[in-house]
Design a protein around this ligand. Structure first.
Ligand SMILES: Nc1ncnc2c1ncn2[C@@H]1O[C@H](COP(=O)(O)OP(=O)(O)OP(=O)(O)O)[C@@H](O)[C@H]1O
Ligand SMILES: [Mg+2]
Length: 277
């Protein structure tokens, strides 16, 4: 089975405090394994190091220490192993508008990664773009392919960002607060799309969020971070129903009332059942 694993990841940033220079340990010894077809949620308050973990996995930051392994192999710094890693591990950011160039239509945003990563050429490109659009439930694809980012809703733009991440043949998606900038009414639709892709395409999803309720319902495992440290990690139900660390208990107490979780779970189940039938 395919896995993406981080072992003892550490990230120090150099910071200036007046005239003094120092280092800030943003991530301190984080380890977890994400398997194909599974979702791991990373939760924690602002500044706990969640995005820094995501950015190291996406190769946007170099770890100070620790390792990242794809299928048990360290990813290395160059060569075919790194190229393979870059195709297979893709990122979805919080703000879909910032990550899409407003001057280009959707077709451009999807054709580019298909060509660059050698997934489709010539006459294959347009059908491949249409397949991607259908896979993120933007139908009819011809209509969406011609749109520019500002002609779409936030949820539709985030679906394009997900399609673009899938284009190189991604097997793992790192989604850093993928719905927190979206209107509450459309969040569930985008999360359900990620859940469907995870199930049907056997994608591994790293879901970074402040929101324990969605973390529970959309992930198999939860990693709780506080000031760079992992304070608790385990199967989602176990972390939520039997939290061991005081910080997890505080997060849970601050989460919306549990009856809402029940309703969310029912809605999600109904939606997934409708998709499966
Ligand atoms: N490039 C950088 N240079 C210096 N410090 C940084 C840098 N990037 C992040 N940090 C610091 O590292 C810590 C962790 O930041 P990070 O963005 O990973 O947190 P987060 O959990 O994603 O927070 P949020 O929930 O607000 O997105 C913070 O104290 C932040 O200020
Ligand atoms: Mg962040």
């Amino acid at each position: 089975m395919s896995t993406l694993e981080v072992r003892h990841l550490v990230k120090d940033f150099r910071v200036r405090d007046g005239l003094r220079r120092g280092t800030l340990r943003a991530v301190d010894d984080v380890s977890f394994t994400l398997a194909a077809g599974r979702t791991v949620a990373v939760v924690g308050e602002s500044g706990s190091g969640k995005s820094t973990v995501a950015r190291m996995i996406a190769q946007l930051e170099t770890p100070t220490a620790g390792e990242i392994l794809l299928d048990g192999e360290p990813i290395g710094r160059r060569g075919r192993a790194l190229a393979r890693y870059r195709n297979q591990v893709q990122m979805v950011f919080q703000d879909p508008f910032a990550s899409l160039n407003p001057y280009h239509p959707v077709s451009y945003h999807l054709e580019r990664p298909l060509r660059i990563h050698g997934v489709a050429r010539g006459k294959e490109v347009t059908p491949a773009v249409h397949r991607l659009l259908r896979s993120v439930e933007l139908d009819p694809p011809e209509v969406f392919a011609a749109k520019r980012p500002h002609e779409m809703s936030g949820g539709q733009r985030q679906r394009i960002a997900i399609a673009r991440a899938l284009a190189p043949g991604a097997r793992f998606l790192v989604a850093d607060e993928p719905v927190s900038m979206l209107d509450v009414s459309i969040r569930l639709g985008v999360l359900s799309l990620l859940a469907r892709l995870q199930r049907e395409e056997n994608l591994g999803v790293l879901y970074i969020t402040h929101d324990l309720a969605t973390a529970r319902h959309f992930s198999d495992e939860i990693v709780v971070m506080l000031r760079g440290d992992v304070v608790e990690q385990g199967p989602s139900d176990q972390v939520i129903l039997d939290p061991q660390h005081d910080y997890t208990k505080t997060l849970l107490a601050a989460a919306p009332d549990p009856s809402r979780h029940g309703r969310l779970r029912d809605e999600v189940r109904a939606e997934l059942a409708a998709q499966a039938s």
